[in-house]
Design a protein around this ligand. Structure first.
Ligand code: PLP
Length: 344
């Protein structure tokens, strides 16, 4: 095919900030080391961009959710450093794990049996200490099939680490009580928010995801975490409309006076949802409010504060996750993973 012209929308990823965020989270983990959750294509930012950066920063422990997410990550890190959180669902998954050397996280007695029946080997073990999602119950640890596992990392997952909830200490205590119940090499409990709960939550390995990519799930992390993602889009048309003119689907905006407006080439298909009331783009210091409804591929902006802007000029959508989460009523996780595939 001929050379494909570059898209008129771009996701700038600050790889220096990504590396710094991992180093900060590693330091905040105290004597423990930080790993990295790289599931969902590094929360939508791209495995090929992010995993080499995390690896070069010093990360040695990577987590995905699905077996289908393994190959892209294996292009950058050794198999023994990669774990699949959802564990094996079938003999086929077991065979794939053993063939590649990627570590399954065993989440149930059924999975433990599948793993052992398929030949077994080094694995991780998830204990459910209260989230009631994946993991074996503490009472199941004594099951002979579980005891026969070659457990590398004993882990659990916090349900409420982003809140000051009594659940946190309850889960911590439950996890502590499981530590002596099965032979294992290392233990791991904290996600991003869990790192901020105190060094006792770090155990041997922490598993941040969100905060690597600029998310701030607790205020304690604010001084340590830098923004990583910045959506940008080019103006593809500018025009002047008259008082009384309307803008966009369902004509929800009516101009009260003549005004200069512009169209940027991104929309809800790219993850900029209609729920973002009061969204503003920026050009330098100038704030450029969204007019009317967001379309699938386009957003119309009020250019009153920067009347010299013209076709081809690039604008930025401020995407500081804590602020954007408040404005959109989406979680910081959703704001990352909702970003579409058309960005260049
Ligand atoms: C996604 C995930 C993480 C990372 O959590 P963040 O809140 O994004 O830091 C850690 N552990 C498990 C088991 C996960 O599923």
């Amino acid at each position: 095919m001929k050379h494909i012209p570059p898209p008129t929308l771009r996701l700038d990823i600050d790889t220096q900030a990504l590396a710094d965020n991992w180093r900060s989270l590693d330091r905040l983990s105290g004597t423990a080391r930080a790993g990295a959750a790289v599931k969902a294509d590094c929360y939508g930012l791209g495995v090929d961009i992010c995993v080499p950066v995390l690896r070069d920063a010093g990360c040695r422990d990577f987590f995905v959710a699905h077996w289908s997410e393994v190959p892209p990550v294996l292009a950058h890190v050794p198999a023994a450093q990669l774990a699949v959180l959802h564990g094996p669902q079938s003999a086929e998954d077991v065979a794939f794990a053993r063939e590649t050397g990627v570590r399954p996280v065993i989440d149930s007695i059924r999975q433990a049996k599948l793993w052992i029946d398929g030949g077994g080997g080094p694995c991780h073990l998830m204990i459910d200490t209260g989230i009631n999602r994946l993991g074996i119950a503490p009472a199941e640890i004594s099951d002979p099939i579980v005891q026969s596992l070659d457990v590398q990392i004993l882990m659990s997952h916090l349900a409420c680490a982003d809140e000051d909830s009594a659940m946190n200490v309850r889960q911590f205590d439950t996890f502590r009580s499981c530590i002596d119940m099965i032979k294992h090499k290392e233990s791991s409990l904290a996600n991003s928010a869990g790192i901020a709960l105190g060094s006792e939550f770090a155990f041997d390995l922490t598993r941040p995801g969100l905060s690597l990519y600029g998310g701030v799930p607790r205020d304690e992390l604010k001084p340590h975490i830098q923004q990583v993602v910045s959506p940008k889009a080019a103006l593809i048309q500018t025009r002047t409309i008259a008082a009384g003119d309307r803008v966009g689907y369902n004509a929800t905006f009516t101009a009260s006076k003549a005004m200069r407006i512009g169209v940027v080439s991104l929309g809800y298909a790219d993850g900029i949802l209609r729920s973002w009331n009061g969204a503003q783009f920026r050009h330098g210091q100038a704030a450029l409010p969204v007019l009317g409804k967001v379309s699938m591929d386009m957003i119309v902006l009020d250019l009153s504060k920067a009347p010299d802007l013209t076709d081809g000029d690039w604008l930025e959508l401020p995407y500081y996750l804590p602020d954007a989460a408040q404005q959109t009523a989406l979680s910081q996780y959703e704001l990352l993973t909702v970003l579409g595939k058309r960005f260049g």
